[in-house]
Design a protein around this ligand. Sequence first.
Ligand SMILES: [Zn+2]
Length: 241
Amino acid sequence: MFKEVCPNVFQFPRPDGGAVYVVRTGDGLVLFDSGFLKHRDLFLEGMRQAGLDPKDIRLGFITHVHCDHAGGMGWWVRQFVFPVVAHQQTAGPVETADPVITAARMPYIGMDEEFVPCPVEHRVHGGETFRVGGREFHIIYAPGHAVGSIHILSENVLVVGDTLFADGGIGWMDVHWGSHPEDYVETLERMRAHRGLLVLPGHGECFVLDDARIDKGKEIVSFYIPSGHGLGLPRAPSHYA
Ligand SMILES: [Zn+2]
């Protein structure tokens, strides 16, 4: 099952409500997240239906550290051999398959998934540009949901992982993967520069970015900003300098 959400941009919905994406360029494919390892056969079948050959994958991006996005990427890399791009704060936990930071193992909700360790060839911090088949992919550092979240901007599409969804919802906030509400507000605010682009979120339907969704996301995130002592989340050092 797949959807071509705009020319050469393919969405592959996952049974758990998540989504991964493939962009077809003039010289091979670019992969955005892999989903869980357990969904690899469905994803492969979807690519076959779409007429895309996984052997043509030239580059893979990891939007953020979570198992439902990156848990299978190590398998894809081993199988089809391509370099992976991830934020420097995502690379460590992905390479060691850290079960806490990647949320592969969360006993309280019965989550116990396999995370395949994945080598990260390009450790980015935001501002980098990658080129595949004449198409550019710009890295935007986007902390908030996870400390090492990135967005990838390419022509008319913006891949955002779990930062913002079609209903204005936001990603799961938890200190174990470095969620931070003030970072999140700033990331959402920066997204206003991309109003009108097609957003490819890590869960649910794609949508055109507008102020209403950004405002709703900010409103939800604000719930987590501590008043008084509160949660007292330490804020990671800024990576914008
Ligand atoms: Zn996530």
